[in-house]
Design a protein around this ligand. Structure first.
Ligand SMILES: C[S@@+](CC[C@H](N)C(=O)[O-])C[C@H]1O[C@@H](n2cnc3c(N)ncnc32)[C@H](O)[C@@H]1O
Length: 230
């Protein structure tokens, strides 16, 4: 991804934040499933691409301290405004590919709907490096539809949600326009590509979720895995 590409993405999210948006009900519906991969009591949690901080605040409910990072100044402003009075929360404006964080300093790391904006394998390696041994990483993101199974699974799960009366409204006005124009450039990995990239985290599990999403979960081994030598 070129610097210009990343600048455009940052500007897109600043525009969305200025229009008062940033929360995505479509992704927030999966937060419970993602949080279920984490222990109940957490020392230090990191939310990568935190947007307005909805998930960071939920992580802070069970963590000693929680940090949200996002490279959009507009998103970080909204995240801070919506977290006033919460003492164990911090938000930092930073690019996930550039920020320097101490290695192995979080026992939980989450990222939702963000890693499709960056090269996946190098990003996973960075996140894995910040995780302490025995800690858990969970990534929830959108995937492309490559196979007939992807199409069918996406359509059936969408219809099941509608049949269950769970309709998600589309944003309108300037906010709707900002999301639509951002979406034109969005590119997602296929499930196969996600599984290939996840090989940088040996033992990571990638699960297909409803509505064109996947969940990647990885528990970092407590002792380093040494390459086998005969
Ligand atoms: C679709 S939003 C998701 C926000 C939040 N995780 C949620 O689920 O509501 C993607 C977020 O990732 C951020 N982002 C994209 N690329 C990033 C990067 N390289 N470094 C930091 N943040 C990034 C954007 O600014 C945006 O807030």
């Amino acid at each position: 991804m070129s610097d210009a590409g990343r600048d455009r993405i940052r500007e897109d999210f600043d525009r969305i934040a200025c229009a008062g948006g940033g929360d995505s009900e479509r992704n927030d519906r999966f937060h419970d499933q993602l949080l279920a991969t984490f222990p109940q009591h957490v020392t230090a949690a990191l939310d990568v691409g935190c947007g307005t901080g909805t998930l960071t605040r939920r992580l802070a409910e069970r963590a000693g301290r929680a940090l949200g990072i996002d490279f959009s100044p507009g998103m970080i402003r909204l995240a801070r405004e919506r977290s006033i009075g919460l003492a164990n929360l911090e938000f930092r404006e930073a690019d996930l590919l550039e920020i320097e964080l101490p290695p192995e300093s979080f026992d939980v790391i989450a990222s939702v709907a963000t890693l499709h904006h960056v090269p996946l394998a190098p990003a996973l390696e960075r996140l894995g490096g910040w995780l302490e041994p025995g800690g858990t990483l969970a990534v929830l993101d959108l995937m492309s539809t490559d196979t007939l199974a992807d199409h069918l699974w996406g359509v059936v799960s969408g219809l099941r949600r509608l049949a269950g009366g769970r309709r998600v409204g589309n944003p309108v006005g300037e906010l709707g326009a900002a999301w639509r124009e951002h979406g034109v450039h969005d590119r997602f990995s296929s499930l196969h590509q996600v599984r290939e990239a996840a090989r940088v985290l040996p033992g990571a599990e990638v699960t297909r979720l409803p509505e064109w999403r996947y969940l990647l979960a990885w528990r970092k081994p407590s002792v380093p895995v040494l390459p086998f030598r005969a």
